[in-house]
Design a protein around this ligand. Structure first.
Ligand code: FNR
Length: 190
């Protein structure tokens, strides 16, 4: 069996290092994980006024999460938290009240920064949000990636062996986390 993993890239940048990290993670992941990006760029800003009739972009977002057996978040740190675009997407997905798309969904968070703490505070912030959304988070291992062009030369390649092994282990652990969660909480629609 394969597991369908939807993933969010928290950056809208055309030169996003987190998109590059997502490519590396997909390349290093176990073969039984199948990845689909869930886009956030076209979402309007969330307002409860939309709850009665979600716009097509937001319906597509909720359906994409519904089709996924697990969700991976690959995000930059913006001002010691997560980018507004990603928070907006999560807010859309968490609503309307009683239809929270993240309920019991296996998730993992990871991110890359040019700074030394490698998105640690953004990830803490994201974990708080996902806790409230009742997602089943992988809590270990954690992965705080300091991005350099030497380590990530492009095209999803990882030039440094220890980083490569670390990221492969991270994805193997995510796979095990997904298996454990789905054993007790099967996702019938996915
Ligand atoms: C940043 N950056 C940043 N880095 C960091 O380690 N901690 C932070 O709090 C911030 N804050 C921040 C705010 C804003 C508005 C920007 C644009 C940038 C730098 C950030 O790590 C760098 O721009 C990365 O390249 C962002 O990731 P993407 O968009 O390339 O994936």
């Amino acid at each position: 069996t394969t597991f369908k993993v939807g993933y969010f890239v928290g950056s809208l940048s055309s030169t996003s290092i987190n998109r590059e990290l997502s490519k590396a993670l997909i390349a290093l992941a176990p073969d039984d994980l199948e990845f689909t990006e869930i886009p956030i760029r076209e979402l309007p800003l969330y307002s409860p006024d939309h709850d009665a009739a979600y716009p097509p972009e937001a319906v597509a977002l909720k359906e994409a999460i519904q089709r996924s057996q697990a969700i991976l978040f690959v995000t930059p740190e913006y001002n010691r938290s997560i980018p507004g675009a990603l928070k907006n997407a999560i807010d859309w997905a968490s609503r309307p009240w009683g239809q929270n798309s993240f309920d019991h969904v296996p998730t993992a968070v990871i991110g890359a920064s040019i700074g030394a703490i490698g998105t640690a505070l953004a990830q803490q912030s994201l974990r708080a949000v996902l806790s409230f959304c009742n997602a089943r988070q992988m809590t270990s291992p954690e992965a705080y990636i300091k991005f350099t062009p030497e380590t990530f030369p492009g095209g999803g390649r990882v030039a440094d062996e220890s980083t490569k092994t670390f990221l492969a282990t991270y994805m193997a652990e995510f796979r095990d986390h997904i298996t454990r969660v789905l054993t007790v909480l099967p996702r019938h629609d996915a």
